[in-house]
Design a protein around this ligand. Structure first.
Ligand SMILES: NC(=O)c1ccc[n+]([C@@H]2O[C@H](COP(=O)([O-])OP(=O)(O)OC[C@H]3O[C@@H](n4cnc5c(N)ncnc54)[C@H](O)[C@@H]3O)[C@@H](O)[C@H]2O)c1
Length: 350
């Protein structure tokens, strides 16, 4: 039986990956210390997800420790000797990072090195998937010519119609402290591939969403927006007239990509992975989707000040992912994503 070790197993991506591979018959092991609650408060508590995994996944083993603990990580790698590692534990917020730079860097960058090194020593044949971020490109995508449409910003040049590809530069721009720690980890994951031959891959994700997110204002765009709308609270828009665009991918479609990578692994690769143009929307357009489903206007407050380093329009170019893994594609379109989010928040909040 194949073994999968997932860091951040109670978070959105980690839990989806655990469920997905458990259903495929794998033995799964998760590491999580519910740091998300410590970062973002009680609404971000991932305890409910841990209970769900422990009930639903028959071959799931949970380890409650901090991935910064080098000794624990090594003991875990020695005990499990996984066939695959999915590294999804993180301080995930662009904005929070500035107030907790040491936590951010230690969790995002240093822990990635710890995991890589113990993988090299104890499970060198394993595939290693790192959840990177489109923030590795910093705010350089904002230098592209933009056109303002009625409800969204969009790239003005046809060359960028499909979005940002992996060849886009990653330095000489403002990343936020979070983006900089993700760059450090991303480059180290590539290096352990190129230098040591590990089967590593960085997934530079756009906005990942899904019903498994313990969403809060500082992290979890669509899920948080839906929660606010269902509760009839006020959503805060930061600048760009609410026309800033994100491409959204359901965490399920991340799990299916990871399966493809494991089946045909590469060394030190990077992939931009998001919803692509079809799954892109601005905040204003997201309001439209939700209002269509709930019949109620989303209340919002507009704040002129933009979030530092925020993308005006970010769409992941999926050509490389589709070319190298033709068996993979997006399976959840935006209407489905919104329907699922609205249904699940209605259930949870009732
Ligand atoms: N959600 C998105 O929109 C998005 C977009 C791009 C990239 N990513 C990346 O994908 C990864 C997963 O994101 P997510 O949305 O699932 O985040 P998440 O916060 O839902 O999950 C991360 C999990 O890691 C755990 N964790 C944090 N610090 C830990 C530590 N020190 N020790 C053990 N566990 C710890 C948290 O408790 C949480 O359950 C992250 O690396 C994130 O940067 C996410």
């Amino acid at each position: 039986m194949q073994k999968l070790l997932v860091t951040g197993s109670n978070g959105l991506v980690g839990s989806t990956v655990v469920e997905y591979f458990d259903a495929l018959g794998w033995r799964t092991y998760g590491i999580d210390n519910n740091m998300r609650k410590e970062f973002f408060g009680t609404n971000a508590d991932t305890g409910w997800m841990l209970s769900k995994l422990q009930t639903k996944c028959k071959r799931f083993t949970y380890f409650n420790f901090d991935i910064r603990d080098r000794k624990m990580v090594e003991e875990c790698l020695v005990e499990v000797r996984p066939d695959m590692i999915v590294h999804a534990a993180a301080q995930p917020s662009h904005d929070l990072a500035a107030s907790r730079p040491f936590d951010d860097f230690e969790i995002n960058a240093l822990s990635t090195l710890i995991l890589l090194e113990f993988t090299r020593r104890h499970a060198p044949e394993a595939t290693f998937v790192y959840m990177s971020s489109n923030k590795v490109y910093g705010d350089a995508p904002n230098e592209l010519a933009m056109q303002e449409l009625e409800y969204r910003w969009d790239y003005a040049l046809p060359d960028y119609y499909d979005g940002i590809s992996e060849s886009f530069r990653i330095d000489r721009s403002q990343h936020s402290i979070f983006g900089a720690s993700k760059v450090a980890a991303d480059v180290m994951v590539q290096e352990y591939g190129r230098y040591f031959g590990l089967r590593t891959c960085c997934l530079r994700a756009g906005c990942i969403t899904g019903t498994g997110h313990s969403a809060v204002e500082l992290h979890g765009f669509l899920s948080y927006l839906t929660r606010v709308a269902i509760m009839n609270e006020t959503y805060r828009i930061f600048g760009y007239k609410g026309k800033q665009v994100r491409d959204n991918i359901d965490s399920y479609d991340i799990a299916t990509f990871i399966e493809q990578f494991h089946d045909n692994p590469q060394i030190g690769e990077v992939y931009n992975i998001g919803g692509g143009r079809e799954n892109s929307c601005s905040i204003m357009e997201a309001f439209g989707y939700i209002e269509h489903l709930t019949g109620t206007k989303v209340k919002y407050e507009y704040i002129e000040q933009v979030r530092r380093g925020d993308h005006i329009c970010y769409i992941s170019d999926l050509k490389k992912a589709r070319l190298n893994y033709p068996g993979w594609n997006i399976t959840k379109n935006l209407p489905t994503i919104f329907e699922n989010l609205v249904d699940s928040w209605k259930q949870k909040l009732n």
